[in-house]
Write a protein that binds this ligand. Structure first.
Ligand SMILES: NC(=O)c1ccc[n+]([C@@H]2O[C@H](COP(=O)([O-])OP(=O)(O)OC[C@H]3O[C@@H](n4cnc5c(N)ncnc54)[C@H](OP(=O)(O)O)[C@@H]3O)[C@@H](O)[C@H]2O)c1
Length: 345
């Protein structure tokens, strides 16, 4: 994969994010059945569906890629359709509507709710625990890759390194608790029905239009202080996270498999901000709004063993992100709130 020095437009960005991983192209030659992505219309799903479609074409096989969402933003549905992805509008909270979905062999579940949880907890619990029940029952005979979050782990001191798949969950706050509920509901149905399942515990995708690097970079560019209340984080290029999710279809098994998904680097907020400030030619001011030195850190050693290293590393992501912001690149206005350590989103 050729990593450019700068990305000039959203079209170019989406091309790079959806460039099919060579191992994904090979997998498409082996994988039986079609692919369905549930919650396709969000920040990650659109470019994931595009990568799946491009991999199918590059493999020269015949395989449908379906995308399911409510399509609150009709332009996302149009974009997917134009790309040859077959879209099906469906509210996954409506059991009857889920039952009408075609039973596809390979299913990626990435619908969820995070922001707005504080003050509207029932909606989050319904989305993260009830929708999974509808989906797990209907797709009992499918292979399931279920997006989860590194937020289900306890916070760590940077010196301890990230949590591994063996670290017992200790979710802080109702969003993280409901993510664990999502996992447990899928596990329950997998045990009951023998479904092959992989729980995909992701930390922070980087897409330039949003993400932790975006949040740090925009603060610098807009002369705001960089929040270093949570001092360390992990990120992964969204194209790599999406390739890993699609390739995880082959790793799904029964009993269920857990996979931490993020980049190999443990990034410091301060050093990342200083590196971006140098590229942008801007001074940095830091602000620490919470006491303590705990961070959300995820060890992705198992992922690297099974799927290899991500194609784009932290240093390249930092350069691309800084350049994107300096060039006036689009922001979707959805902060990650990487600085939150009390679990309130
Ligand atoms: N992005 C990250 O860095 C990150 C990090 C850790 C974990 N994750 C997890 O990974 C998953 C995907 O991330 P994302 O950033 O793409 O999430 P996202 O932007 O929130 O996208 C999820 C999409 O699911 C759809 N959806 C929500 N409720 C639905 C319902 N009732 N029925 C059908 N579709 C529904 C929504 O599209 P419609 O409004 O069109 O239905 C939404 O855009 C999420 O579960 C998230 O928790 C993401």
């Amino acid at each position: 994969m050729k990593i450019p020095d700068r990305i000039a437009s959203e079209e170019e960005l989406e091309q790079l994010l959806s460039e099919p991983h060579p191992a994904l192209i090979e997998m498409m030659k082996r994988l039986d059945g079609d692919i369905m992505i549930l919650g396709v219309a969000g920040k990650m799903g659109v470019t994931m569906a595009m990568q799946a479609k491009r991999a199918v074409e590059a493999a020269g096989v015949s395989k449908h890629v379906f995308g399911v969402s409510r399509f609150s933003k009709p332009e996302e549905q149009k974009k997917l359709e134009n790309y040859g992805i077959e879209t099906i509008p469906c509210d996954l909270l409506e059991r009857g509507d889920v039952c009408d979905l075609p039973k596809i062999k390979n299913v990626i579940f990435m619908a969820g709710r995070k922001f707005g949880t504080d003050g509207n907890e029932p909606q989050t619990w319904a989305m993260n625990a009830l929708a999974p029940a509808n989906v797990a029952e209907h797709f009992a005979d499918s292979r399931l890759v279920v997006f989860s979050s590194g937020n289900i782990y306890p916070l760590r001191h940077a010196a301890e390194g990230g949590c591994t798949e063996e670290t017992p969950p200790m979710p802080i706050g109702e969003y993280a608790q409901s993510c664990l509920a999502r996992e447990r509901i899928f596990e329950y149905y997998a045990q009951k029905n023998g479904t092959k399942l992989l729980l995909f515990r992701l930390n922070y995708a980087v897409d330039l239009r949003y993400g932790v690097l975006h949040d740090i970079g925009r603060a610098i560019w807009e002369d705001r202080p960089v929040d270093n209340s949570v001092g360390y984080f992990n990120v992964i290029w969204q194209g790599d996270a999406n390739a890993a999710a699609l390739r995880s279809l082959e790793l799904a098994d029964n009993p269920r498999v857990i996979l931490n998904v993020t980049g190999p680097e443990q990034a410091g907020v301060e050093e990342t901000a200083l590196a971006m400030g140098r590229i942008m030619g801007r001074p940095i001011e830091f602000v620490k709004n919470a006491a303590g030195d705990l961070s959300l850190l995820n060890n992705s050693g198992k992922m690297q063993e099974l799927l290899g290293k991500p194609r784009i590393g932290l240093e390249d992501m930092v350069c691309l992100q800084a350049q994107w912001i300096m060039d006036g690149g689009v922001s979707i206005g959805k902060p990650t709130h990487y600085e939150v350590s009390n679990g309130k989103f």
